[in-house]
Design a protein around this ligand. Structure first.
Ligand SMILES: C=CC1=C(C)c2cc3[nH]c(cc4nc(cc5[nH]c(cc1n2)c(C)c5CCC(=O)O)C(CCC(=O)O)=C4C)c(C)c3C=C
Ligand code: FE2
Ligand code: FE2
Length: 348
């Protein structure tokens, strides 16, 4: 069977204008794995409330980070794909979960090149129903509906893979070597606490306070919180960082629900008030820089931290199209191409 690769990222609006942001947010937030309430209530919350005001606000934020070539997330994903494809002798395509350049188009591109067996790579290090899972489900739905003869294999979440941890650590070290820090904050994208309970196959393991994470459990395969803390822990070990100078937090949330804590914006204030005035922030839930890193962390976050009393602040970029990250991805893809093997994960 001829093999090929489909890399999938989240997607962006076509332009930073309310006209283009609205349909993008509509598709994103109407996803039952993102706003996970019954369809009538989802319609009311998303179309009746959020989309009445958010597109204008989001468009303003997008316009602050937009590049001449387009959305940073899209451009960086395309650059990554080009570099990966140049080192492989099987077809590689890119798809977005929401907005233009869809998963279906990516599958079609591979089909046109004769691909029969697709390796699906959700470009998220951690498993969450609103990120990794929705990509896998959508790819399976599109495959079944439009390309039923294709075979699909999915790459597991790679948050604890040794090669990934090494390259992430190296990228962090390069910045910490030139920045005298009091503290390093690992800020992950937030999710509602309810999503953790829903993704727990045992229905009783996850306690959302970390007390569960020391007991080995099948729940850790799908526990976003557990996996985020694992990434932080593995980087601490790899770099030998002082434990009292590192912590994890969760950014971006919508009102009304409890989301994973501690919240990043509250941490900015707490750390500054504690006299930790030199802060480095790393955002490992994203492999490509995007609105959430470039605007929320690099711009807004800096402002909030400085206003709270901080003096020095850096955002360490995502892995983007770094050559060492490309090499890691290529090594995983070659291994699958040659032996069908998937990258190692260490579930603890
Ligand atoms: C219920 C709402 C949301 C959940 C759950 C959620 C999870 C989640 N998101 C990402 C990655 C990204 N999210 C991005 C933007 C973004 N996210 C939400 C809402 C939820 N995300 C919204 C409304 C937006 C749009 C921006 C805004 O209006 O504020 C982005 C950036 C996209 C870009 O174009 O740059 C990314 C990437 C993950 C990994 C995740 C769960 C772990
Ligand atoms: Fe998000
Ligand atoms: Fe846990």
């Amino acid at each position: 069977m001829k093999k090929g690769v489909l890399l999938v990222n989240l997607g962006s609006p076509d332009s930073p204008t309310p006209k283009d942001v609205k349909p993008y947010l509509d598709e994103f937030l109407m996803d039952e794995r993102v706003i996970d309430v019954n369809p009538i209530l989802r319609n009311l919350i998303v179309r009746g409330i959020i989309l009445q005001t958010r597109p204008k606000k989001s468009a303003k934020a997008y316009s602050k980070i937009w590049w001449e070539e387009g959305s940073p997330l899209i451009i960086l994903s395309e650059r990554f794909k080009e570099k990966v494809a140049a080192q492989l002798d099987i077809p590689v395509a890119l798809g977005m979960r929401y907005g233009s350049g869809s998963i279906k188009e990516g599958l079609q591109e591979l089909k046109n090149q004769g691909v029969e067996h697709v390796y699906l790579v959700p470009l998220y290090p951690h498993y969450a129903m609103s990120s990794y899972e929705t990509v896998v489900v959508k790819a399976m739905e599109d495959k079944d509906a439009f390309f039923p003869e294709m075979q699909l294999t999915t790459m597991p979440a790679f948050y604890s893979n040794p090669a990934y941890v090494k390259v992430l650590s190296k990228s962090i070290k390069e910045h910490l070597d030139t920045f005298e820090y009091d503290h390093v904050l690992f800020s992950y994208h937030g999710i509602p606490e309810r999503h953790i309970r829903k993704s727990d196959p045992t229905k009783f393991h996850c306690k959302i306070d970390g007390s569960c994470c020391k007991t080995n459990s099948v729940a850790h395969h799908t526990c976003y919180r557990h996996q985020c803390y694992d990434t932080t822990e593995l980087v601490i070990k790899e770099l030998g960082l002082p434990r009292d100078k590192v912590s994890s937090s969760f950014q971006s949330r919508l009102p009304n629900d409890p989301w994973l804590k501690p919240y990043t914006d509250f941490e900015f204030e707490r750390l500054a008030k504690e006299g930790k005035t030199k802060l480095a922030v790393i955002t490992p839930a994203f492999v490509s820089d995007c609105l959430e890193t470039l605007e929320e962390i690099a711009m807004e976050g800096k402002e909030e931290f400085m206003e709270a009393g901080g003096t020095d602040y850096i955002h360490i970029p995502c892995l983007n199209d770094r050559d060492d990250w490309v090499s890691v991805m290529v090594s995983w893809l070659k291994e699958w191409q040659e032996t069908d093997a998937l990258p190692q994960t260490h579930i603890r």
